[in-house]
Design a protein around this ligand. Structure first.
Ligand SMILES: *Cc1c(COP(=O)(O)O)cnc(C)c1O
Length: 395
């Protein structure tokens, strides 16, 4: 008899034990099933599986035991009925839009979203006659004003990247529901260890597992979470037809990563908060952006929705030249566009992750030329500071 989880089971326990479906071998750690298809006991069983009268594995584009372990574990952590793993975060977002929307529909999106998500909307959703309006993440009135009779989805990331603006999930979920629409939240920056958007009324959560869920910069992956009625049908149907499934190997890595997720996210938060406060004291730093600072405009909301503030800290130098000098003076930090790693990464958003935006949109998104983004890792904080200090001293 396997252990039964209930509403009282703690997050850390679910992260370690939920989703494990032991085989007859009695393995303690999760087994890995690198198999593309499955065999049937008879022609009749094959027919029953294919016709759907009997449930069970057919082919790994549809289901795989290792992938299912990851899905069930992440579903338990987000408090979702259903989780579907995907080959990347972008596959999760694409499957959500294409599974749910049709030509003539309208979506409202925060203007501060991951750059490639923006390209997906502009270049592809619009091509299929799906209308997109962009609004200010933190201005509830602007969301309300953008509602149309054909609005089907409200889409956002909170905290936003790189500035850490916070959306009011409950208010926007209520707005969506009052208008027959769904609220979709990209929870990649917080992960369920720090924020569970479904608890605040979000209908769907999407993830790039590539970031903090893996947490060590190894595998690409993503997930869509929500109800059986929407995610389990429309999104599942698209995903298993279009084919961006997660590989069993990656699912196994992610399942193991979930076991330490809470520990890691809390440690990222501790390092990031201390570093943000230290950056505020540096004379050459113009401004620090971190939702864990009491001076942050949505600090109260962050405290309400999140159990920690996460690892992304941004700060502004006076111009691009100074910012590049600081970046180039570091010796340990990784100069890369990625985030969510045990290693601290340093990025100049204006010329990399947000470089495709027009100068006007960069200004609207608050991406100044002197802005530097850090994804604060788990190294000794003193070593991270010393590396940045090299940059500040060089000015
Ligand atoms: C990286 C990222 C994505 C895309 O995920 P991939 O795994 O790279 O496809 C989507 N949303 C956010 C917030 C991200 O940081």
């Amino acid at each position: 008899m396997s252990y039964q989880f209930d509403d009282e089971t703690g997050f850390e326990t679910l992260a370690i034990r939920a989703g494990l479906d032991r085989t007859n071998e009695g393995e303690h750690s999760e087994a890995i099933f690198p198999t593309s298809s499955y065999v049937f006991k008879s022609a009749a069983e094959a027919a029953a599986r294919f016709s759907g009268t009997e449930s069970g594995n057919i082919y790994s584009r549809f289901t795989n035991p290792t992938v299912r372990t990851f899905e069930n574990r992440l579903a338990a952590l987000e408090g979702a009925e259903k989780c579907l793993a995907t080959s990347s975060g972008m596959a999760a977002i694409t499957a959500t839009f294409l599974g749910i929307l049709k030509a003539g529909d309208h979506i409202i999106s925060s203007s501060s979203i991951f750059g490639v998500t923006n390209v997906l909307m502009e270049k592809f959703l619009k091509k299929f006659d799906i209308e997109v309006s962009y609004v200010d993440l933190v201005d509830n009135r602007s969301w309300e004003n953008a509602i149309q009779s054909n609005t089907r989805i409200l889409f956002l990331e909170t905290p936003s990247n790189p500035l850490g603006d916070i959306a009011d999930i409950r208010a926007l979920a209520d707005l969506a529901h009052a208008n027959n629409a769904l609220l979709v939240v990209d929870n990649a920056l917080c992960t369920p260890a720090l924020q569970q958007p479904i608890k605040f009324g979000a209908d769907i959560v999407v993830h790039s597992a590539t970031k903090f869920i893996d947490g060590q910069g190894r595998c690409m992956g993503g997930a869509v979470l929500g109800s059986e009625a929407v995610v389990g049908t429309d999104v599942f149907s698209f995903l298993r037809t279009a084919g961006p499934s997660m590989s069993p190997f990656n699912a196994w890595v992610f399942s193991k990563s979930l076991e330490t997720l809470k520990l890691r996210m809390d440690a990222h938060t501790v390092n990031a908060l201390k570093l943000a406060k230290w950056l505020e004291l540096q004379p050459s730093v113009v401004k620090v952006y971190y939702c864990g600072l009491e001076t942050h405009p949505q600090y109260e909301l962050a405290c309400k929705q999140q159990s920690g503030f996460g690892g992304i800290v941004s700060f502004e130098m006076k111009d691009q030249e100074t910012a590049w000098k600081v970046i180039d003076s570091t010796q340990m930090l990784s100069i890369t566009g990625n985030l969510g790693d045990t290693r601290t990464t340093i990025t100049h958003p204006a010329t990399t992750t947000h470089g495709r935006l027009t100068p006007e949109l960069q200004v609207a998104a608050g991406i100044k030329q002197g802005l530097i983004r850090l994804s604060v890792g788990l190294e000794d904080l003193e070593d991270i500071k010393a590396d940045l200090q090299r940059g500040f001293s060089s000015l």
